[in-house]
Structure formats: structure tokens, C-alpha cells
Design a protein around this ligand. Sequence first.
Ligand code: SAH
Ligand code: SF4
Ligand code: F3S
Length: 453
Amino acid sequence: MENTSQNTESLQQNNDIGQGRGVYISTYGCQMNVNDTERMYSLLEMQNFTPVEKPEDASLIIINSCSVREKPVHKVYSEVGTFRKMKEKNPSLKIGVGGCVGQQEKENLIKNQPMIDFVFGTDQIDNLPQLVAQSFEGEKRLINAKFEHRAPYHIETMVRNPGVATFVNITKGCDNFCTFCVVPYTRGREKSRPLQHILTDIRHLVKRGVKEVTLLGQNVNSYKGEEDIDFADLLAKVATETDVERIRFTTSHPKDFNQKLADTMAAHQNKVMEYIHLPFQSGNTRILEKMNRNYTREQYLEKIAMLKKTIPNVVFSTDIIVGFPGETEEEFQDTVTMVQEGGFETIFAFKYSPRPFTKAAKFEEQVDEEVKTDRLNRLFDAHDKMAFDLVKRYEGQTMQVLVENVDREHGKIQGRSTGNKLVHFLGTPDLIGKTVNVKITKAFPAVFRGELI
Ligand code: SAH
Ligand code: SF4
Ligand code: F3S
């Protein structure tokens, strides 16, 4: 709340800064960053900036960066290079870097790339208008990357055009410290938003036409509201005390997924969608221990079995890392068999990438890049072989699809099934926002084609 009143004050001082100026935000990384970008645009619009589609039309460019693997960090640096050329032609252009690389690198970014005007951390988004005003007033090398350790997480959702389906943050930060992961260092300690704030947010979004919300956090099922409210309680409240039609959530941690939560999903299955993203990372217990994941292969498979029993049509997707330090070929094979045993229709798999501050980056026995690439390719091949057969069973079935938007293909619209599959079919735009029955004619692992019934 403190932040909000500070903002109001600073906005009153600076609300003409954006007059006649365009702002462009380049966004990388996860859904948190997508939501943060919406917040940044909303705050900057209050300062009279106009969002623009192309960086060439902007007077202010912000890079909302991701640091989860080395690749997105490289992309940030190459993008900075492109924007530098624009700034050489137009010296009044301001360039700022936020997000997880901003948080991680702080002043180093400006040391390495002096034409960056300001850097801000993941907890400083609400102070962005202030920072931007200072920058346009001529202050140089501005850095604001403090974590607000003591401030409660009281931030209302800000999305400009929520559409039919949107995301609502319920927690921020992460306390799990998986040994490969930079997120606890770039997002700080885990904090939960108060239950009533979340419910109010969702009610407002419903009034704006939203039919589906995805509750968002690095580890949603460790949500802790006031008076010992846990994630299952929150889910039940959203289902019973708001008019939202569909509820999803991401990401879940296997160690925190308990029977109570599964029972709550089943009890509210008319609203809580039968889809769970449940990253397992590795199918080998020794590697899981070195990753500090706090479950074994057997415990993970038991959770899957428990969930399938409680929610009969449940669909799973997962995240996997190959080539974690010390991973042998045999241990990698455990990951391959885990994909098969779990029956995952969709997987998100990555080569292990050493990250700053993390324990695993210092482990000996780092796996060679070629070995990682080979394992990743073989994992995708193994998955492809099973996934096409696995989804065949959906052909001929009728699914309830919430129509989200028009398809690129002429005359078609698209939406999501309860199990989170993207479904394309012939239809008219007036169906956007409605839930319709669609018969599946062709099923691929991530996308279905169908006919409106
Ligand atoms: N909070 C989520 C995931 C956040 S990061 C969770 O706990 O599941 C998203 C995914 O990126 C992770 O699930 C992991 O598979 C991958 N990832 C994280 N750090 C990585 C690293 N150092 N190298 C490769 N992949 C990584
Ligand atoms: Fe990273 Fe692990 Fe936290 Fe997920 S649970 S954000 S992988 S530390
Ligand atoms: Fe990337 Fe930060 Fe999200 S590292 S994945 S943007 S939490």
C-alpha cells in the first residue's frame, strides 16, 4: 500500500513526462514477466506515455528480461546492441532494463553497456514512473534494484486488455532453492497476496468480460493466505465466491501437491480445469536429490497415480532438465522412462544451463554441451513417438472449448479445451467468450482440429 501512495505522489509530479512520447517494452521469460509488462505499460500510460508496436516509434524502450537460462540473457544483450544503434541516431531515446537480468546484474549492466539509462529490479516496478521521470530530467546511470523484504505483497492486477482468459498473480518469489535455479535470487523471498485482494481482483476482471483466470506463482501450492488459508482453500473460494467460469493455476511443485488439493479440484471440477503442469525435472532420484527437489522418482509417480485416481480425466504437462551436473547416460534414461510412465502429452525440456549464485553451477562433473544436445534430441524423439499415439484417443470425442480469439486461418476461431489443448475450428467471432462443444477431428500433441457441434 505504501508503494501506491508514493506512486500517486510521484505521478502528480511527473504526469506530463510521457506527453507526445511512445513507449515500447520488449518482454522475455515467463508469464510473471508478461504480467509485469502489463503493469509497466499501465503505470506509464498514467504518465501519458503511448504504447507503440515498434521500437523505432518509441522515445522510451524497456527490456523486461529473463535470466532462467543463458540463452534469454544473450538475447537481451543482442537486443541492447540493436537499440544502441537507434540511440546513436536519436540521443534523446531512453533505454531501461528491468526483469530478472536487471535484478541480477544491477550496476554491472550499465558498466558493460553505458548507453543503458536505467536499470530496475523485479520489486521496483511500482517506482518505474519515478525512475523514468528522473531519466528524462537528465539523470544518468540510474539503478534501483532493492528487494522490498518487509513490504507485504499488496498489488492489484493491472492488465490493459484482459480478453477472455487472463493471469492473476497470487504469490511472488520462491523459497525452494532448487540448486539449478536463479529465480530465488532474481525474485526474492516467497510472499502471498491476501485472499480478499485476489477475490476482488477476479471479480473486477469478470466484470470486464474475463471468463477464465490462471492463478500464477513460481510455486502456487505453497500459497499461504491470512489465518492459515492454503492453496486448496483459495481455489475453493475462487470457485464459490466469484463468477469466473474457469480456473487454472501454474506452477505446482510436486512436493506440495497433496490429497486435499486434488480433492478440492475434483469437488469443483465444473470450474477448476482438469489440467496440471507438474515439473519433475529428472526421473532419477540421485539427481533429484542433487537438485534439492525434495521428492524421489517413486514419490512423484505416486502423486501422478493419486491425481489420476482423484481426477479421472486429468491431463499433465511437465518441465525437464537434461545434462544436470553428474547426470550419467543411465540416469538420463530414467528421465526418458519417466516421460513414458507419466504419459505426458506435452513436455517442456531444456539443457541444463549454469546460472549465477546457484549451487549447481559450482558442481564438478559439468556435462559436455554436445552430450546435453544429444540427450535433449533423444528425449524429444522418444516423446514424439509416444505423444502422437497418446492423443489419438481424443479423435471423435466432444470437448468443451472456451473460445478465445479468431484464428489466423480465415473463417476459423480458436480456444482451449478443459485439458488445456488449443482447438481450431470453423466458427464466427461472435462466439468469442462462449464455451461451445467441439468434436475433435484431428489430434496432435499440443493442438487439435475440430468441428463445432
Ligand atoms: N517455478 C517453476 C519453474 C520456474 S523456471 C517450477 O518450480 O516448476 C521454468 C523451468 O525452467 C523449470 O521448471 C526448469 O525446468 C527450467 N530451468 C530452470 N533453471 C534452469 C537451468 N539452470 N537450466 C535449464 N533449465 C532450467
Ligand atoms: Fe526455481 Fe525451484 Fe523455485 Fe521453481 S521451485 S522457481 S525451479 S527454485
Ligand atoms: Fe525468467 Fe525471471 Fe521468469 S528468470 S522465467 S523471467 S522468474
